[in-house]
Design a protein around this ligand. Structure first.
Ligand code: SF4
Length: 608
């Protein structure tokens, strides 16, 4: 769209900024573009909850076009949870609506004095008093705002964001969440309840027939798939992994301290598998321009739920395996509570598991929990505890900022039960199964995340075959056996993953089939991009995110993940990766020449 929108909450102003085409070529869109703007405009050591902090909503470069599976947007800023660069990826329809309003990004700055919501409706922009929706959960707020602004798309915070919970996120489509990095708290600190968008602008793409030709073919094969990964995602959504990943040893069990033989065997998982969850599916749900439609809307009268989003695999792991809980109704309920309050299910589940282990080991007792028996598998207690966390009541106030902060407050040796990386709870994929996950959890500029840029998980699909995912992408020979080519493969995948996110492409495409990425990029932008440029662009984005985190004086290379989550020697793997990236392995700083080569010269003065 060629421009972004700045909204200042301190003085109620809107300002458009045009961006040159070369900026898009170098950073694409999404968090790549945002990282460039925020690195320059946000001073180092800015308190992420202060008026000076920026909060971005950036659709991917391809988002809003007909290119298959490109409907995603990213919320960006400095994470109040980890103090690092923060971003959170979300699907649905809000990202394309930003484009329909004429923008490639919306940035909030300043701080309102009283609760507000922002509207951009058919080109008219206002900042409104939010007293009628402040205090409501995100679904109630969205429903109320939709009555006033029909056919709009809305991003909002629930009570968790209003209460500045550091594990809160931002909700769209009545329960899809940009969950990680605690960015809901940033929106809450700005006292912005919601952004309401309705636009009618069209993306002026370079060659729509090229996009349509390839989208038609890709979508047709998705529709026809009767087996394999696409079929699993289509029919069961991500919960197809609930039992499969348990069997593999991928899903963490009992706050990462257990295993599926002794603590959560497959017969225990049975009640919470994909097919069991599917019995409650009322309809399918899919993001914009996606034929896979891996989401679902569930109705669960037994849990008093009329309409809610299908719990994802990550959610089932966090509220199921991690807590030795196979009460499906409670998982529906916990999921719905998080989606309404705007709380990250991974961090919420990890933090509850921390509290349970503290309780089981006598670090906290009934007095602290106000009568809640926080035993393994006690689902009713988890529901009450989560409500307390959302509302910051009792011990919930201590837990509302994640397990690291809670362990600092509780003390008494509780830190050994807090399973996090720089404050962010680890996702539901074990480095004991996916070797590279330890490196990613520990050292990615947004630590603790499985989607950041791991190697092994991404290689479980067509990417592992030469030209299997995109034409021209072939991993080095023997990367599975030898450290040197493995590090090179890791570097390539880091670059690819950063580019995909910034383009707005759903990462699940990595598990499906060959994807016409270059054709989609050309169709939208007119650029003939090579695979080398694609990877280099991703490496530029990764180096810039890294520089943002390092400039905050975060000592990434000395970060450690909890022993329970350690698989292979993740530090050694990172050292090898740093060398391949031409970063200094002793401090994680991209070398000067590397920065120059990536056109990141402006970073040098800050790091050197
Ligand atoms: S595969 Fe699922 S998450 Fe990805 S774009 Fe499609 S519906 Fe959204």
């Amino acid at each position: 769209m060629g421009k972004i929108l700045w909204i200042n909450l301190s003085n109620d102003t809107f300002e458009e900024q045009e961006l040159p085409e070369n900026l898009y070529r170098e950073y694409f869109g999404g968090y790549g573009l945002s990282a460039k703007i925020f690195y320059e405009k946000m001073k180092p050591k800015t308190d992420p909850l202060s008026p000076e902090a920026l909060l971005g909503f950036f659709p991917g470069l391809l988002t809003g076009s007909a290119a298959s599976l490109t409907g995603r947007f990213m919320v960006t800023g400095k994470s109040p949870l980890t103090g690092t660069w923060g971003d959170a990826n979300c699907g649905g329809y809000f990202g394309p609506e930003i484009k329909k309003c004429g923008y490639d990004g919306i940035i909030l700055q300043g701080q309102a004095s009283t609760p507000k919501y922002i509207t951009i409706i058919d080109g008219k922009m206002t900042i409104e008093d939010a007293s009628e929706v402040w205090g409501l959960d995100a679904v109630e707020a969205e429903e109320k705002l939709l009555e006033k602004y029909p056919q709009s798309r809305i991003a909002s915070i629930g009570q968790a964001g209003e209460n500045i919970s550091l594990i809160s996120g931002i909700i769209t489509d009545k329960g899809r969440i940009a969950a990680r990095s605690g960015l809901g708290a940033v929106m809450g600190s700005k006292k912005v309840k919601a952004i309401v968008l309705k636009g009618n602008q069209k993306m002026d793409v370079a060659d729509n027939s090229l996009i349509l030709e390839h989208a038609k073919e890709y979508n047709k094969s998705v529709k026809e798939a009767g087996a394999g990964a696409i079929f699993l995602w289509k029919t069961l959504g991500t919960p197809w992994q609930n039992d499969v990943n348990t069997k593999l040893g991928d899903t963490p069990i009992k706050n990462w301290g257990g295993n599926s033989d002794d603590h959560f065997p497959l017969e225990d998982v049975e009640p919470i598998t994909g097919p069991e969850i599917n019995k409650y599916k009322e309809s399918e749900y899919g993001c914009f321009a996606c034929p896979v439609r891996c989401g679902g809307i569930v109705k669960v009268p037994e849990a008093d739920i009329k309409e809610s989003h299908l719990p994802e695999y990550e959610t089932c792991g966090a509220f199921g395996h991690m807590l030795l809980n196979n009460d499906l109704m409670s998982i529906f309920k916990l999921n719905d509570l998080c989606n309404r309050a705007g709380m990250d299910t991974i961090s919420a589940g990890g933090t509850i598991a921390f509290a349970v282990e503290c309780f089981e080991n006598g670090i906290i007792g009934l007095e602290e929990t106000e009568g809640l028996m926080l035993k393994w598998g006690n689902a009713d207690a988890y529901i009450e505890l989560l409500k307390n966390m959302i509302n910051r009541e009792g011990i919930g106030d201590i837990l509302a900022d994640g397990s690291r902060k809670a362990s600092e407050r509780i003390g008494k040796g509780s830190e050994k039960y807090a399973i996090h990386s720089l404050g962010q709870e680890l996702a539901m994929h074990s480095p004991k199964y996916y070797d590279s996950m330890g490196t990613t959890y520990a050292f990615d500029p947004t630590p603790g995340r499985h989607t950041a840029a791991g190697l092994d998980m991404f290689l479980s699909g067509p990417l592992s075959k030469s030209n299997g995912y995109i034409e021209g992408f072939a991993l080095p020979k023997r990367y599975k056996r030898k450290p040197e080519p493995r590090a090179e493969a890791f570097k390539m995948v880091v670059g690819l993953a950063q580019s995909l996110s910034s383009l707005g492409v759903c990462q699940f495409t990595l598990y499906f089939q060959k994807y016409p990425l270059m054709e989609f990029i050309k169709g939208v932008t007119g650029w003939d991009i090579s695979v080398d440029e694609l990877i280099k662009t991703g490496l530029r984005i990764q180096a810039l995110r890294q520089a943002f985190t390092l400039r905050e004086e975060i000592d990434l290379v000395d970060n450690e993940i909890p022993k329970r989550a350690v698989g292979i020697n993740y530090k050694q793997e990172y050292e090898r990766l740093c060398k391949k990236l031409s970063w200094n392995p002793s401090n994680g700083y991209p070398l000067k020449d590397t920065l120059k080569n990536l056109n990141l010269d402006f970073v040098i003065k800050d790091l050197y």
